[in-house]
Write a protein that binds this ligand. Sequence first.
Ligand SMILES: [Zn+2]
Length: 137
Amino acid sequence: IKKINQLIQNNDPQNNYLIKTTLQTLHDPFEDEFNQYPIYKFENVKPGIRCTYCMNIIERSLENKQKMITCHNCYTTVSRKELILKTLEELLCIKGAPFTMREARKWCNGVHRNTLLYIMKGHFKVKLKNKTKVYYK
Ligand SMILES: [Zn+2]
């Protein structure tokens, strides 16, 4: 049923949502699984690093060596590490399942995997799922 996402990709997310929920209710045997993992919600959430105070998405890359990031909306300064950890916690919470490095990078404006691994060390656990490393708490 995951393939439905690919099948109905168009520019009308609200309509997609309707199609998907309709299809899901028709698939009663899978109901429990979907209640555990709200896939459609995860797909609809815009990825990105959010300011921990005003929740505004910080668009620019955090790839440089800058340790402190100032939000251009509320001018709060937060450490890059704290921003990234919050973003990954948010990703885990919204997805409702362990996330991959590819997803982590997407949510963190493409921050290098080594930087993410360094920051995640001691904060997230790692396990293998279908031969891919996934991260969780
Ligand atoms: Zn802010």
